[in-house]
Design a protein around this ligand. Structure first.
Ligand SMILES: Cc1cc2nc3c(=O)[nH]c(=O)nc-3n(C[C@H](O)[C@H](O)[C@H](O)COP(=O)(O)OP(=O)(O)OC[C@H]3O[C@@H](n4cnc5c(N)ncnc54)[C@H](O)[C@@H]3O)c2cc1C
Length: 401
């Protein structure tokens, strides 16, 4: 049995590990276009802040692949899948025949597409270890930073630039950070947390143009005509999921690769996992795409179990935890960015810097956003898993536990 996996991130590597544990005889080929074995993407902000070293992020050394007989091919780009011939072609000219295929190719960050941006040094996405190394080299010799975008990546960049002592401005197109997830009070609290550490925030601002001076990045102008000088520009304006090698295949792709709850695509023997999978989420009864580490790892495990012939539905409650400047934040389960028809209950304490927003679907707790105090997240996850219908007064009580 030959398993081919596209993507050596946490989804692909966890799948490879699960396959090897269950089947000592099978052949496993893991293909990735980056030059490193699995590293911890969620540690990259710490690398940027110099609280950890780049080499400490590597969590599977090449020796591990050798010991587990996983054929890892780095700096190898998959260019085309053929589901009739059951082959995967790469840019190196090699064609692999698969029995079962896992697509775990994640996403590629969107560049800033405005006049003056293309080819200007000093503008960075933040997705890979190499992006991190490049930003670090620049941070040493700049005077002011601007971060663009309403994503967690834009937040991580703003936080890290400020941590490195740079005057930092964060430009967000929407009315607040995560405006589909949190209400005005939540936005005001996060704004306060940003200001507490000295990050300047501007909402309703979209970059219209990048300026250079003698070929060097000099600043940006927004659509409202405001100019912000900077010699470092961090961009967090979303990901495009990597499915380009599936063109000319019958595999259904919308935003990501469509799967059922078993992470099977519509084509036999082809599965998808991690960021790239637009999977059927049994909790909400609809398709869903997640961009979190735990989800990707759990997807990798479930997909492998099913590739081995099992029948395991993916039923994890998704969650995301992150620093929020000097505070913390957690998003659990289904939140209002995924379904807008949910009942939301909110509690905020500005002085204590605490915010809690709970989402209910037909009386059942479906999701939550926590800022400041995130200790109740496990308890809330259990409520989500139990799917108990709560009367209105019980729902309110959850705001206070
Ligand atoms: C800076 C940063 C901070 C983050 N912080 C958090 C956090 O705090 N908490 C959290 O839960 N999540 C966080 N995330 C998100 C999390 O890292 C991702 O959800 C997770 O790593 C996705 O794993 P994956 O295996 O699905 O995809 P990826 O890790 O993206 O791996 C996919 C791999 O496939 C490769 N690939 C793609 N196409 C091809 C091709 N055609 N040929 C060969 N190889 C290909 C890619 O180069 C990549 O190496 C963060 C992400 C970043 C970038």
């Amino acid at each position: 049995m030959h398993y081919v996996i596209i993507g050596n991130g946490v989804a692909g590597t966890t799948a490879a590990e699960t396959l090897r544990k269950a089947d000592s005889e099978c052949r496993i080929t893991l293909l990735d276009d980056e030059p490193y074995p699995l590293y911890n993407r969620i540690a990259l902000p710490r690398v940027l802040k110099q609280t950890t070293l780049p080499e400490r992020t590597i969590i599977r050394q090449l020796a591990w692949h050798t010991a587990n007989r996983i054929d890892l091919l780095l700096e190898t780009t998959v260019t085309q899948v053929n589901t009739e011939a059951k082959t995967v072609a790469t840019n190196t000219g090699t064609v692999f025949q698969y029995d079962k295929l896992l697509i775990a190719s994640g996403g590629c960050p969107n560049p800033l597409r405005v006049p003056g941006a293309a080819g200007t040094a000093g503008i960075y996405n933040f997705q890979t270890l190499d992006d991190t190394k490049a930003i670090m080299a620049r941070v040493e010799r700049v005077r002011a930073a601007v971060t663009v975008g309403g994503s967690f990546i834009a937040y991580e960049l703003a936080e890290a630039f400020r941590h490195r002592g740079l005057p930092t401005t964060w430009l967000i197109r929407g009315p607040r950070f995560l405006h589909r997830l949190i209400d005005e009070d939540g936005g005001a609290l996060i704004d306060r947390l940003a200001h507490d550490v000295g990050v300047e925030t501007h909402y309703g601002e979209q970059v219209a143009e990048v300026h250079t001076d003698s070929g060097e990045l000099a600043g940006v102008t927004t659509e409202s005509g405001k100019r912000f000088d900077c010699d470092l520009l961090g961009v967090g304006v979303g990901l495009t999921l990597r499915t380009e090698f599936l063109r000319h295949t019958p595999i259904e792709v919308r935003t990501g690769v469509m799967t059922n709850e078993y992470l099977e695509t519509n084509v036999p023997d082809v599965y998808a996992a991690g960021d790239v999978a637009e999977f059927y989420d049994v909790y909400i009864g609809m398709h869903h795409q997640m961009g979190t580490w735990n989800n990707a790892a759990a997807h990798g495990r479930t997909a492998a179990v099913n590739m081995l012939g099992g029948r395991q539905a993916y039923t994890e409650v998704p969650y995301y935890t992150s620093t929020m400047f000097d505070s913390q934040m957690a998003a659990i389960g289904t939140t209002s960015d995924v379904r807008q028809d949910m009942e939301a209950l909110t509690r905020v304490d500005m002085d204590a810097r605490v915010y809690r927003r709970l989402f209910f679907l037909e009386g059942r707790l479906a999701g939550a956003v926590l800022v400041g105090d995130i200790r109740v997240r496990r308890q809330l996850m259990n409520f989500i898993k139990e799917r108990i219908v709560l009367p209105p007064e019980e729902r309110r009580k959850l705001l206070a536990i």
